[in-house]
Write a protein of this length. Structure first.
Length: 219
């Protein structure tokens, strides 16, 4: 079968629609994972042994099992215990829980870069614990963690094609639908590849701007 670039061009409108779903899933999942990872990081630093043990098991489970299995668990197993989520929500839940485990470790490294003298100074000023975390510790931890956080966001985008397995109509699912009807998978996948590349390239370039913006604060 001869390669015909016109099939790529014809598929672009539908591929871009799928890409919008991909971006939505990635953004929602990453924002939620940041919120969950921040909460876990704060709780972890309270050094409550039973809670830290649960957190350690959660992180070990996520890091020790394939993402696809986690997606299947969210979509097929949760209904067995009465939590029946649509494919889109189950996909976001699975990707969020997966990303949060890694983001927690990233923030843990960011916390280590915060000078202990600033924490001691904040306490000497009589600031409450909530203010110390919100105004002193977390902002600096986030800034120090920008490069690995951007990398994690890129990995979240690269994880979204797996959601096609539970019928989420994102970019990869749309690609499958198109080439199963026109029998030109190479042309369609080239279009999908180009869109994924553009998304990841934009994220990468945006991260450079963010790092430059906060470079003086890190200094």
């Amino acid at each position: 079968m001869k390669f015909d670039f016109s099939f790529t061009l014809d598929a672009l409108p539908r591929l871009l629609e799928g890409a919008m779903i991909t971006v939505q899933v990635a953004v929602f999942s990453f924002v939620l994972s940041m919120m969950l990872a921040t909460a876990i990081t704060v709780v972890r630093n309270l050094e409550i042994k039973p809670i830290n043990a649960v957190i350690a098991v959660y992180i070990s489970f996520i890091r020790g099992t394939p993402v696809l299995i986690q997606i299947f668990l969210a979509y097929y197993v949760l209904p067995l215990v009465g939590i029946d989520l649509p494919a889109f929500s189950a996909g976001i839940l699975a990707v969020t829980l997966n990303s949060a485990a890694y983001t927690t470790e990233i923030l843990r490294g960011g916390l280590a870069s915060v000078p202990k003298g600033q924490l001691e100074a904040a306490r000497s000023l009589g600031l409450p614990s909530a203010a110390i975390w919100l105004k002193v510790i977390l902002p600096q931890a986030y800034i120090a963690s920008i490069p690995p956080l951007v990398n994690e966001f890129t990995l979240v985008v690269k994880t979204t094609p797996l959601l096609a397995m539970i019928t989420v109509v994102e970019l990869m699912r749309v690609s499958q639908q198109i080439f199963s009807s026109n029998y030109h998978p190479v042309e369609i996948l080239i279009g999908a590849f180009a869109i994924y590349f553009v998304i990841c390239f934009i994220i990468s370039r945006a991260s450079v701007l963010v790092e430059r913006r906060f470079a003086p604060r890190r200094a």
